[in-house]
Design a protein around this ligand. Structure first.
Ligand SMILES: NC(=O)c1ccc[n+]([C@@H]2O[C@H](COP(=O)([O-])OP(=O)(O)OC[C@H]3O[C@@H](n4cnc5c(N)ncnc54)[C@H](OP(=O)(O)O)[C@@H]3O)[C@@H](O)[C@H]2O)c1
Length: 233
């Protein structure tokens, strides 16, 4: 399968690039960190596309770069994300905009662009089906105090995927809303809120769930999947 994953340079994305590449998939990953990307390209043979997806232009640029290099895409994994926490009083407007740009607007815009290409490829017989996988969060199904900005950016994706899954079923494109609980990655540090993540789930658990979804045959769709560390409620 030809797979594009956003945010492949660290955490869940990096593990997924490694796992899918070592299982024979052709993996293309995006991000902004060229140094990390170079190492990952060398270690896995996956291909990196440098792109900041925090603007609509960035999403268009990633789509353009991808389809300049590849005729089709079997699986788009919308994984890139940004953490935010704190009271609404203490959260800047700029941070709210940025979180929604990366967690909400980018996956929806990228999906729009890729779905059009996927439909063309399916209609012309280049591929027989496609998948969209959204790395959402348990926070996209629940909410709590001082997490409302991050949560709402992810709840939007739950609403989007539930409707989109039904809309696309007749087009042979499956949609999965994958909702992990706490994962031991640099997400919190990257968002500017470092914390001890050692008791959180290993990102390989999420990569394995992604591989499971990717490996499903055309006649099976997994609409929603929640995966949590067993020591968390
Ligand atoms: N860790 C958790 O507890 C947890 C739980 C549930 C869901 N999730 C979700 O899982 C996904 C992956 O997060 P992670 O935990 O693996 O965190 P991470 O290690 O911080 O990875 C985030 C990825 O997103 C990319 N990214 C961020 N901003 C970007 C931008 N403006 N343009 C392009 N790429 C950008 C980063 O790449 P560059 O730095 O190279 O740009 C990085 O590869 C996110 O959607 C997150 O919300 C995480």
């Amino acid at each position: 399968m030809k797979v594009l994953i956003t945010g492949g340079t660290s955490g869940i994305g990096k593990k997924t690039v490694e796992l899918l590449s070592s299982n024979g998939h052709e993996v293309i990953f995006s991000g902004r960190d060229e140094k990390r990307a170079k190492h990952l390209e060398q270690a896995t043979g996956a291909q990196f596309i440098l792109c900041d997806i925090s603007t609509v232009e960035g999403c268009a640029h990633l789509t353009q770069q991808y389809f300049d290099l590849h005729e089709s895409c079997d699986v788009l994994i919308n994984n890139a994300g940004l953490w935010s926490e704190g009271t609404i009083d203490n959260t800047s407007v700029r941070e709210i905009e940025k979180v929604f740009a990366i967690n909400t607007i980018a996956p929806i815009i990228l999906s729009k662009y890729f779905i059009a290409k996927m439909k063309d490829s399916i209609d012309s017989g280049i591929q027989d089906h496609s998948k969209l996988i959204f790395v959402n969060s348990i926070a996209g199904l629940t909410s709590k105090a001082q997490r409302e900005v991050y949560s709402s950016s992810k709840w939007a994706i739950t609403g989007f995927t539930r409707g989109l899954s039904d809309e696309l079923s007749e087009h042979k494109i499956s949609v999965t809303n994958l909702c992990p609980g706490a994962v031991d990655t640099e997400l919190f540090e990257h968002g500017g809120y470092p914390r001890d993540t050692s008791s959180m789930m290993d990102p390989i658990a999420v990569a394995n769930a992604i591989k499971y979804i990717v490996d499903q045959p055309r006649d099976v769709k997994i609409k929603e999947l929640a995966i949590q560390p067993s020591n968390y409620i």
